[in-house]
Ligand binder design. Structure first.
Ligand SMILES: *[C@@H]1O[C@H](CO)[C@@H](O)[C@H](O)[C@H]1NC(C)=O
Ligand SMILES: *[C@@H]1O[C@H](CO)[C@@H](O)[C@H](O)[C@H]1NC(C)=O
Ligand SMILES: *[C@@H]1O[C@H](CO)[C@@H](O)[C@H](O)[C@H]1NC(C)=O
Ligand SMILES: *[C@@H]1O[C@H](CO)[C@@H](O)[C@H](O)[C@H]1NC(C)=O
Ligand SMILES: *[C@@H]1O[C@H](CO)[C@@H](O)[C@H](O)[C@H]1NC(C)=O
Length: 490
């Protein structure tokens, strides 16, 4: 399976899959997967007692996770096709996995399934004409290093262990989107296996060149810590940078908990994909300043700043003091709620901060949970019309807000969910979000959203996606990830 690119309209078909009963054979029980070895070599199929089982089936999040009885590690495209055809025609649930970072609760519908681990599809090949072909399991870390070594750059996600194909299929927001558009906007062609084992290529001749890195591929990175009472001043300053945001500017605004004191930390990671001097100017906007009654500005008390110039290949690991890479660790429940925001509502951010602080104090088992606002450039994203692809909410994604709730002890599960669910709803209310309805980046969706929040509410989108679903997945076997219903009812 190779990904040079992807036709956005096929987004929903390839990330994950589960062969569920179709409308015509609704009461059939799933078949017996052990016959899989009749179509692919038994040496590529493993059971739970295999020494490869843990490595091959471990996913990032254990929250609402899919479960598997069998692991297939196909060697080539033909084996993927045979396996998919075998499983789908027998109503056996399956999931194709690259990075294994998807966390939507909808994945939990896949129980006692077969995991098709794509780890052998890890190739990265540069082509003539400045494109690159990427296997379905290549994680961002490997892609970033290969591109950087070739003097190129591309919009990628902030977390190095995420699968590049899965992330792009959901749209592919990232720090460089202001310069280069969404990850998916850069895709030329994708090869995918359909439900019946047919392999198809989808393509659209769009931005066919990878972008050449500027500044020798170096980026300015500043990590800043503020006092809790700087929240309003920092929030106002971020808001002032959002209109016509510099395409090279990307900010991650976080509130997390210092595990030794259980107190909240106000943290800003600011990255500038351009000259250091320009990055410094933006960081200076967050320098300590007294409040000024004359213009009603609030004070900022910056406790520390660590500003460095980092090659793009090392940026994700360096950013936020390495915290994003540290969060690659597997084994925790990741229960995330998310919504897009037009700007940060100052009063709501303050209440959220106070509520988070009290919540963690009362539930220290959830102390790894973070509030995250991603504020990336919009220029190249908004340069495309809203109808450009299946990615919705172009022009309505100024901030991606995440309530990323992390724990291992289920005694806090209910409290965590109640808190985060309530706050997602508060943030998403039109008065606070600045948008008329709930808009959510597909890769950040919890799984409880109306599908319109993920795919767009326009009737034409629903009709076009439903038509694509009926054509390419008529038996509804790819239905584990924000599935589009065949009956068009959503
Ligand atoms: C599946 O089939 C195999 C051999 O065909 C058999 O040994 C096994 O018991 C079956 N499993 C179930 C759950 O029916
Ligand atoms: C499986 O093993 C490979 C090679 O040692 C490693 O890179 C990878 O992270 C492991 N995967 C998991 C989920 O542990
Ligand atoms: C407000 O006034 C102070 C003092 O005159 C000045 O330093 C600061 O930059 C001003 N802030 C804004 C947002 O204009
Ligand atoms: C500052 O950031 C760099 C990476 O950009 C990191 O290597 C270094 O350890 C950081 N220093 C401190 C004091 O946190
Ligand atoms: C496989 O499925 C696709 C999409 O539903 C369909 O267009 C195609 O004709 C099928 N191929 C075969 C060989 O039946």
């Amino acid at each position: 399976m190779l990904l040079t690119a992807l036709i956005p309209w096929l987004c929903t078909l390839a990330v994950t899959s589960e062969a569920a009963p179709t409308s015509t054979d609704y009461d059939q029980k799933p078949g017996n997967a052990s016959g899989l070895s009749s179509v692919i070599p038994s040496g590529d199929i493993y059971g739970p007692s295999s020494s490869l089982w843990v490595n091959g089936t471990t996913r990032w999040s254990t929250f609402s996770a899919p479960t598997f009885d069998l692991l297939a590690i196909p060697k080539d495209e033909a084996e993927v096709a045979e396996a998919v055809q075998y499983l789908s025609t027998r109503n056996i649930p399956f999931l194709a996995q690259g990075g294994g970072h998807g966390y939507s609760t909808t994945l939990g519908v896949i129980q006692h399934g077969v995991l098709i681990n794509l780890e052998n599809f890890n190739h990265i090949q540069f082509n003539e004409g400045q494109s690159v072909t990427v296997g379905g399991a290549v994680v961002y870390r490997d892609l970033i290093h290969a591109l950087h070594n070739a003097g190129r750059e591309l919009t990628v996600g902030s977390c190095v262990c995420v699968g590049s194909t899965g992330a792009m299929l959901g749209g592919g927001h990232g720090r460089l989107q202001g310069k280069h558009g969404l990850g998916v906007d850069n895709v030329i062609k994708i090869r995918i296996v359909l439900w019946n084992g047919s392999i198809v290529e989808a393509s659209e001749q769009v931005n066919s060149d990878l972008f050449w890195a500027e500044n020798d591929g170096n980026h300015y990175n500043a990590d800043m810590v503020f006092t809790g009472d700087s929240l309003e001043g920092v929030t106002n300053t971020i808001n002032s940078l959002i209109p016509n945001q510099d395409p090279a500017l990307a900010m991650d605004f976080l509130v997390f908990t210092d595990s030794s004191t259980l107190r909240p930390v106000v943290y800003l990671n600011l990255i500038y994909a351009g000259p250091q001097s320009k990055g410094q100017q933006y960081a200076d906007r967050f320098a300590s300043t007294p409040a000024s009654p004359s213009n009603n500005s609030k004070h900022i008390n910056r406790l520390s700043i660590n500003a460095t110039v980092v090659p793009w290949s090392d940026l994700n690991d360096a950013a936020a003091g390495g915290a994003i890479t540290a969060s690659c660790a597997t084994g925790s429940r990741q229960n995330t709620y998310s919504t897009n925001l037009k700007a940060l509502d100052v009063a709501t951010v303050q209440s959220l901060y106070d509520s988070y602080s009290a919540f963690i104090k009362a539930n220290p088992l959830a102390a790894q949970s973070v509030i995250l606002f991603e504020i990336f450039g919009q220029k190249a994203v908004e340069a495309q019309p809203d109808s450009y692809s299946a990615v919705p909410h172009r022009g309505s994604s100024n901030i991606l807000a995440l309530l990323q709730m992390v724990y291992t002890d289920d005694s806090v599960a209910k409290a965590v969910n109640d808190w985060a669910h309530k706050w997602r709803d508060t943030l998403a209310s039109p008065r606070v979000s600045g948008y008329p309805q709930l808009y959510t980046y597909q890769n950040y969706a919890h799984g409880d959203e109306p599908l319109g929040a993920i795919y767009g509410y326009d009737l034409w989108r629903k009709q076009r996606l439903t038509a694509a679903k009926r054509k390419y997945d008529p038996k509804d076997v790819f239905n584990g990830y924000h599935n589009i219903p065949l009956n068009g009812k959503w």
